[in-house]
Design a protein around this ligand. Structure first.
Ligand SMILES: Cc1cc2nc3c(=O)[nH]c(=O)nc-3n(C[C@H](O)[C@H](O)[C@H](O)COP(=O)(O)OP(=O)(O)OC[C@H]3O[C@@H](n4cnc5c(N)ncnc54)[C@H](O)[C@@H]3O)c2cc1C
Length: 501
């Protein structure tokens, strides 16, 4: 048992946990952060180092509408923050299309016949739309026509979410696609060079630059952990939290953490801040929460993700930050080029490091495939999409990320509400923060904001701020940094139609 009693024990050294720790430490509140990973802080925003080549879990743009968050990034990483140009394209059947799509370029690349067919199918959809569209497929087809839906929406959406576009609800499409239209793309093309000064006015996918730490997002979170330690806070690695017991006699949380070698430790704290997945946290709380809350937590679901990192001789094939792979002939969903995020992501300028991203479910075929086979698959697919010759790949590694996306299915909101109610009634000094910590599709900035508000609440001795209100406004989110084009962001689609047998 650790002797001290902390103001707060914090589960997870991701952006949320470390932000909470930093904000509390600055006010001299003693904290301990318990992180299950033996090596990396940063959580999903970590940067994995393989032979001095650095890989993100998906490239992480640093962009926030919140001045407070932007300032905190500057405070932590200072001169290590770069302003980087953004470039991304879509690969489809042998051709690359600028993303965000440029309508004239897209039509000319599709060729006269295909673009004429696209226009005819668009007109057909306009003249005879599906009345009361129920599915993503029907909704997008109504807006763009069947052919453009197939080329620019269907494949990537299905790769990301692992379900057919005819199973995804139309509501989701309506929410996601509102930020970017043919009209806004044309306006942007015409107004290039006249960028609005206020970042809030910019449609997110049209942002041309973003901030990024020199050595990847992990650098930000390593610097933050260091600052916490310097202020006297503890950041304990290889400490997987396995038990959270509330000792009502002393009004304290007693948190049990286990190391890889099986050692158990206990930490006592007035407050418990958790960024670990709600599903796992709720099962650990003692005294046990009422059965409906336990059942609700068991029902929460996640989508998982893996990156195959390839080290490749640099032949100058592409300089985009990332390329969406809409092509149905390969499984890879997106390819990152980390050297374009920051030249210092590679130790030798003669090489590039690519991240081939595969969306999957923990335990499915792709997830369980051995590293060697995944690297071989990636070598074949990178050549197939014309981004590198297999023979130029000199090495590779696999990075698996369980619970990359909290799933928003039909019932998730109800489950989260049930859990929140039980926690409010039984655990007033337990604070949920972050992404999986709140089962919310939060980016770094929102995860940090929930932590900043939680720190304020703890220091004030009352819940002055409602952390659940962060990221409620879709526009706020859309202007933040995100991992998918605007039409794929924020909400995980809701399955509306039963899967065909
Ligand atoms: C593919 C992808 C791309 C993304 N791109 C962007 C982007 O461009 N910009 C952006 O801002 N955001 C992006 N995000 C989102 C960003 O990664 C998250 O918002 C952020 O990492 C959430 O921070 P967090 O601290 O809430 O959670 P996490 O990052 O998940 O951190 C939680 C931490 O808790 C630890 N933990 C879990 N269980 C336990 C336990 N039992 N005991 C101890 N420790 C535990 C984990 O190991 C982890 O370190 C992206 C996400 C994905 C999946």
């Amino acid at each position: 048992m650790e002797r001290s009693t902390f103001k707060a024990a914090i589960i997870g050294a991701g952006p949320a946990g470390l932000t909470a720790a930093y904000e509390l430490s600055k006010q001299r509140a003693p904290v301990v952060v318990l992180e299950s990973d033996p090596q990396y802080v940063g959580g999903i925003s970590r940067t994995v180092n393989y032979k001095d080549f650095r890989f993100d879990i998906g490239g992480h743009r640093f962009f926030s509408k919140s001045r407070e968050v932007e300032d905190l990034w500057t405070e932590i990483a200072g001169e290590d923050m770069l302003d980087r140009p953004r470039s991304s394209r879509i690969y489809y059947r042998g051709k690359f299309y600028t993303y965000p799509l440029k309508p004239f370029e897209a039509l000319s690349k599709l060729g006269l016949i295909e673009s004429t067919l696209c226009m005819l199918s668009f007109l057909a959809a306009r003249l005879s739309p599906t009345r009361d569209p129920k599915t993503f497929e029907d909704w997008v087809t109504n807006q763009f026509g069947k052919r453009l839906f197939r080329i620019f929406f269907k494949t990537y959406t299905e790769k990301v979410w692992g379900m057919s576009c005819s199973e995804i609800s139309a509501d989701w499409a309506a929410q996601r696609i509102k930020g970017l239209s043919l009209g806004s793309a044309i306006k942007h093309a015409l107004l290039a060079g006249h960028k609005p000064k206020d970042r809030k006015q910019i449609v997110k996918t049209l942002i041309d630059t973003f901030r990024y730490p020199r050595l990847g997002p992990g650098m930000m979170w390593e610097a933050c952990a260091e600052k916490v330690r310097k202020l006297g806070g503890k950041v304990m690695m290889d400490r997987k939290v396995t038990g959270c017991r509330f000792d009502s006699a002393n009004n304290l949380w007693v948190v049990t953490a286990r190391s890889a070698n099986g050692d158990l430790e206990e930490y006592r704290a007035e407050h418990l801040i958790s960024s670990m997945p709600i599903r796992e946290l709720v099962a650990q709380i003692e005294p046990r929460l009422p059965e409906p809350a336990l059942q609700a937590a068991r029902s929460l679901r996640y989508r998982d993700f893996l990156t195959v990192g390839l080290i490749v001789h640099d032949r100058g094939r592409f300089t985009d930050n990332w390329i969406y792979i809409h092509d149905p002939s390969v499984q890879v969903g997106r390819v990152q080029n980390y050297k374009s995020w920051s030249p210092e992501m590679v130790p030798d300028p003669g090489y590039c490091s690519y991240g081939l991203e595969y969306f999957c479910f923990e335990g499915d075929g792709l997830w369980n495939t051995g590293d060697r086979d995944l690297i071989n698959l990636a070598k074949v697919e990178i050549q197939k999409v014309n981004l590198a010759a297999s023979a130029d790949v000199v090495d590779g590694c696999v990075i698996r990320q369980p619970k990359a996306y909290p799933v928003y299915d039909d019932a998730y909101q109800q489950h989260v509400n049930t859990i929140r109610k039980a926690l409010d009634e039984n655990c007033p000094t337990l604070h949920l923060v972050g992404r999986n910590g709140m089962h919310k599709y939060n980016n770094q900035d929102h995860a940090m904001m929930t932590a900043m508000l939680t720190a304020k609440n703890i220091l004030a001795g009352e819940r002055r701020y409602d952390v659940w209100a962060v990221n409620q406004d879709a526009d706020y989110h859309e202007a933040g940094a995100g991992e998918h084009p605007v039409e794929f962001e924020t909400r995980v689609p809701v399955r509306k139609v039963a899967t065909p047998a």
